[in-house]
Write a protein that binds this ligand. Structure first.
Ligand SMILES: CC(C)(COP(=O)(O)OP(=O)(O)OC[C@H]1O[C@@H](n2cnc3c(N)ncnc32)[C@H](O)[C@@H]1OP(=O)(O)O)[C@@H](O)C(=O)NCCC(=O)NCCS
Length: 177
């Protein structure tokens, strides 16, 4: 049985381990090995989400099954290390889209509805904060989950990775009301 709670700084180490596994294992079939290696530059943990109390952990017993969050800040994607992508400016729920951020499922728990559960938690929280639309910059691995949750593609984008290897990404969005 899955339970969920808000992540705290005490979870950081365990979250980083789950993210590294998800990035390495669950993007196979969507990206080349070179693209997966490059994706590490634009994925991972943004501790701002934990500080804001907008990051969820799904557990099965004591094990983290997955995680993901939402944000009322402008940053679209990326981790603490992708400093050029960070913009902590607050969004206006009346006109801006809430961000869906940093969705990762432990490979041992993949395709069991963890991602769908986290998406529902994020959308409910963003709606409660007054947002009427949600958007994310999706990886190719994330796209099927977001489509299953009703999101449509807005535009294809690319993140320049190290060694000239670009990571394909898709901006996706959905009305929350
Ligand atoms: C994206 C990710 C979080 C999905 O997590 P998940 O817990 O396995 O997703 P769910 O089990 O809730 O899937 C819900 C639906 O999404 C779709 N879906 C999810 N993963 C899919 C896949 N690999 N292939 C096809 N459809 C998929 C299916 O419609 C699925 O429903 P179904 O299993 O009943 O067919 C996970 O694959 C992951 O961690 N990927 C690597 C990190 C990443 O790229 N994160 C996204 C960043 S934007």
């Amino acid at each position: 049985m899955f339970t969920h709670r808000i992540a705290t700084p005490a979870d950081l180490e365990a979250l980083r381990a789950v993210m590294a596994l998800a990035i390495a294992e669950l993007q196979k079939g969507f990206l080349s090995p070179e693209q997966i290696a490059a994706s590490n530059a634009v994925m991972g943990l943004d501790t701002q989400l934990i500080a804001d109390g907008t990051y969820f952990i799904v557990e099965e017993g004591e094990q983290i099954a997955g995680c993901g969050g939402w944000s009322h800040r402008a940053t679209l994607y990326g981790g603490d290390h992708s400093t050029d992508l960070r913009d902590p400016a607050p969004l206006d729920p009346a006109v801006d889209a809430a961000r869906i951020r940093a969705m990762y499922t432990h490979p041992a728990s993949a395709r069991r509805g963890v991602g769908r559960l986290v998406m529902a938690l994020c959308e409910d929280a963003a709606r409660a904060a007054g947002f009427r639309r949600a958007e994310m910059i999706a990886t190719l691995s994330g796209e099927p989950l977001y489509r299953a949750c009703g999101y449509a593609a807005v535009e294809q984008v690319e993140a320049p990775g190290p060694n000239g290897v670009a990571v394909p990404l898709i901006r996706m969005g959905k009305a929350l009301d």
